[in-house]
Design a binder for this molecule. Structure first.
Ligand code: PMM
Length: 261
């Protein structure tokens, strides 16, 4: 899954793809490079990020979703808001990627269900503005698993088919680096949620904490190591910035995983 941040303030690509034409061109390039999904987002979710209005978010993402979907690409909409999800699904998106797991705007679950879309429930706590204040766990894996199970149960209750659901541990969301590391190291403990796992580690602060790389753009090698671990633990979809390099790493890691049996 290639990341397409149509935001002026994304932490990791510095807003290089703000503006529909540049975003569309980057989405096409990621698909050419081997991304199966293009994940379009119009609201930065970095710690402490300000909230964006529905109108502003739609203006950023809808033209991009429409253009890429019209070219036959599989487009996911990265939003917490039901109204933005509805507009993006109407424009051709087929997955809702919700970093709040349905907690921010529960109507998003019905919107995804009515469209017959895929729905990815990501684990977080609080909102992007205050989530790091909630980064306190006794047993991080057990707590994340239980909270994701509750999100998935709400999604099922809203009418989403189990076969349309994905779960994501939310690396870096309401988590300190040691929590993210523990989740990655024990990712296979989330398979009993019964849905495929989506994992986003690309350029995250955990990689910076482990490698000492301050600049997000210098975290590629560390990101590929984390991606490899996630693939070996059975992750189904990897959300990444650097598509060509990630596709190579994924192919090698996946071949090793399959050979292991
Ligand atoms: N991370 C970000 C945004 N959306 N969605 C999912 N499902 N998983 C993630 O880990 C995730 C996400 C923040 O990273 P970015 O600003 O580099 O996109």
């Amino acid at each position: 899954m290639g990341i397409l941040n149509a935001t002026p303030d994304s932490f990791s690509d510095g807003g290089r793809f703000h503006g529909a034409d540049a975003a569309i061109a980057h989405g096409r390039a990621m698909a050419r490079d081997g991304a199966h999904w293009i994940d379009v987002g119009g609201e930065s979710t970095r710690p402490g990020a300000p909230e964006v209005s529905v109108d502003e978010e739609c203006q950023r993402v809808v033209p991009v979703v429409r253009a890429l979907a019209a070219e036959g690409l599989a487009v996911s909409i990265d939003t917490r808001k039901a109204s933005v999800a509805a507009e993006a699904l109407a424009a051709g998106a087929t997955m809702v990627n919700d970093v709040s797991g349905g907690r921010f705007d529960p109507r998003i679950l019905e919107v995804a269900a009515e469209a017959g879309a895929w729905y990815c429930a990501m684990h977080s706590r609080g909102t992007p503005a205050d989530m790091q204040a909630h980064a306190s766990y006794g047993e991080v894996l057990a707590e994340v698993r239980a909270e994701l199970a509750a999100c998935l149960a709400a999604a099922r209750a809203a009418g989403l088919a189990r076969t349309r659901l994905l779960a994501d541990p939310g690396i870096g969301f309401a988590k300190r680096a040691e929590h993210s590391l523990e989740l990655l190291a024990n990712l296979d403990g989330l398979h009993d949620l019964g849905v495929p796992l989506l994992v986003g580690v690309s350029r995250k602060s955990m990689i910076g904490a482990l490698t000492g790389r301050e600049a997000a753009t210098e975290r590629l090698a560390g990101s590929l190591a984390a991606l490899t671990a996630a693939v070996l633990a059975g992750a189904a979809i990897l959300r990444v910035h650097d598509v060509p390099e990630s596709v190579d790493a994924l192919q090698v890691a996946d071949a090793i995983r399959r050979t292991r049996g």
